[in-house]
Ligand binder design. Structure first.
Ligand code: ZN
Length: 504
């Protein structure tokens, strides 16, 4: 027999098996038993949280002979899966299921919906399960709206969406809304272990936890990851297997980096990060894994100072933005970690990395532990207080510059974005060189804007600052990443909405 994917095999067969959505299965069980089901449901939630599975269970339950005969009293019996209806519904022409994301031809949808006006052929209730409803055309939405408002007899709609804000209010207000939660790791992990035993394979606890964490609340993703590991495994799936199969940095490598940062030793940071680079993963993947690991520490070990931890996470997150589109992401990550490792910025952040798994192993090469390669920097740029003077370190000074730009309320938004579309190429002795990709941009900036920025910087830094603009058409894509996160999210959304490929 062909191997059946776990995510298909793991689908709930009744409401008792609907993992992680007990608030929904309880409410629906009550509604089924007391015969108070609605004819239109809107199932809302992230991918892989059980929306389609629930819709299928409901469709089945509405036609289940035992349910109709009032012979069920518990979630585990709904639907019964034994009666003729339950056994045939999957292939029944009365059970229409389609994904709006891949089935958007207006004619197709119209044809499918028009069958709602025909009586069911075999079942009691004709059911329509439509995934990603927000992707439908306006015409299709209107047809559905009409069907929901004046429903033909014996028709039920299950509309699923991952983006509720894109579903028109008119639809939302006429459906019973079911909100699916992200499934917690503590729920996913034991479920994975149980699924593994059905495959006659042992899934180690740490491995299950790691997969659960990666799945970020999606049971479907979790089962898909488990499937991938299963394909590569022998009799047992260990944490190392998960890391290797899914191409992840090991927690040990991440802990080594964290410990190195904590020890304020640049040499150790350098060693630890090089060790992680050897895994062959991109520096962005490593940085992202580092953030996840830091968050885990935050959750599991609340002894440390959270604000310090937040600074650590913030700095790495900023680095990721800078790394995207940069030709030297490795260096950016390394420099960022070195900077965080500088004394004062991070003190007792990671007082104790999580007890389990064990913190970083000692470096394999026994290098006599010379203190830091460089003496602790005197004037480390602190994350908590805006720096007041340039330090002489280009990277640090660049950040100071952009911090002032970002936080100045004297700069208009257009001016801020003009500055953000430039690149600082040099800072020395009060002279800042700003490079623009187009001479028109530089021209527009020179004049009042330039003077204004010079005045603000001079005032904030307490030293006279001059700005020189240059034009360099070979600059990398104007750095989107320097726009603040909120603005960035807005731009991303706009780009998506308008189908733009890039930000010009
Ligand atoms: Zn049944």
């Amino acid at each position: 027999m062909a191997y059946e994917a776990l995510y298909t095999r793991g689908r709930p067969k009744n409401f008792a098996q609907l993992v992680g959505q007990e608030h929904i299965s309880n409410a629906l069980t009550r509604a089924v038993i007391s015969n108070r089901l609605s004819h239109a449901y809107l199932l809302v939630g992230t991918r892989g949280t059980g929306k389609t599975s629930t819709a299928r269970l409901l469709a089945k339950a509405m036609n289940c002979e035992k349910v109709l005969a009032g012979q069920v009293s518990a979630a585990k019996d709904i639907p019964c899966n034994e009666c003729a209806s339950c056994k045939s519904i999957d292939s029944s022409p009365d059970n229409v299921e389609f994904d709006a994301a891949s089935n958007r031809s207006v004619d197709d949808v119209a044809r499918l919906l028009s069958t709602a006006y025909m009586s069911p052929l075999k079942s009691r209730v004709k059911t329509f399960i439509i995934d990603e409803i927000h992707m439908l055309s306006n015409e299709a939405i209107n047809s559905i709206l009409k069907l929901i408002e004046e429903p033909p007899p014996n028709v039920a709609f299950f509309l699923a969406t991952t983006e509720i804000n894109k579903v028109p209010m008119t639809i939302r207000s006429r459906c019973q809304v079911l909100n699916f939660r992200l499934i917690p790791q503590e729920t996913i992990s034991p479920y994975l272990i149980k699924m593994a035993t059905t495959l006659n394979i042992e899934l180690e606890n740490d491995a299950a936890k790691k997969i659960a964490r990666l799945a970020e609340g999606s049971m479907r993703d979790a089962l898909t990851y488990l499937d991938q590991c299963y394909a590569m495994a022998d009799k047992k799936i260990t944490l190392a297997d998960v890391n290797e199969t899914l191409g992840l940095v090991s927690d040990a490598d991440l802990d080594e980096i964290i410990s190195a940062v904590q020890s304020h030793s640049r040499a150790e940071v350098g060693r630890a990060i090089n060790h992680a680079f050897r895994s062959g993963l991109s520096s962005i993947s490593i940085a992202e894994a580092l953030i996840t690991r830091l968050r885990d520490i935050e959750f599991e070990n609340l002894r440390g100072d959270i604000s310090d931890l937040d600074n650590f996470v913030d700095a790495v997150r900023k680095a990721i933005l800078e790394m995207q589109g940069s030709g030297v992401p490795d260096i950016i990550l390394e420099m960022t970690l070195m900077k965080i490792a500088a004394p004062k910025i991070i003190s007792a952040v990671v007082a104790q990395p999580i007890a389990q798994p064990k913190p970083a192993p000692p470096p394999k090469i026994e290098v006599p532990k010379t203190e830091t390669v460089e003496p602790p920097v005197e004037k480390a740029e602190t994350k908590t207080e805006p720096a007041k003077i340039f330090t002489g370190n280009f990277d640090a000074d660049k950040n100071i510059f952009y911090d002032i730009v970002k936080n100045s309320n004297q700069l208009t938004v257009p001016l801020q974005s003009a500055i953000n579309s430039s690149v600082v190429t040099e800072i020395s002795n009060g002279l800042i060189k700003l490079a623009f990709t187009k001479s028109s941009q530089a021209k527009a900036f020179n004049g009042n804007d330039k003077t204004k920025l010079e005045n603000i910087l001079t005032q904030k830094l307490g030293q006279s600052v001059t700005i020189e603009t240059i034009v360099n058409t070979y600059l990398p894509n104007p750095n989107l990443d320097r726009i603040n996160t909120q603005h960035r999210a807005f731009v991303d959304k706009a780009m998506k909405t308008f189908g733009a490929d890039d930000f010009k």
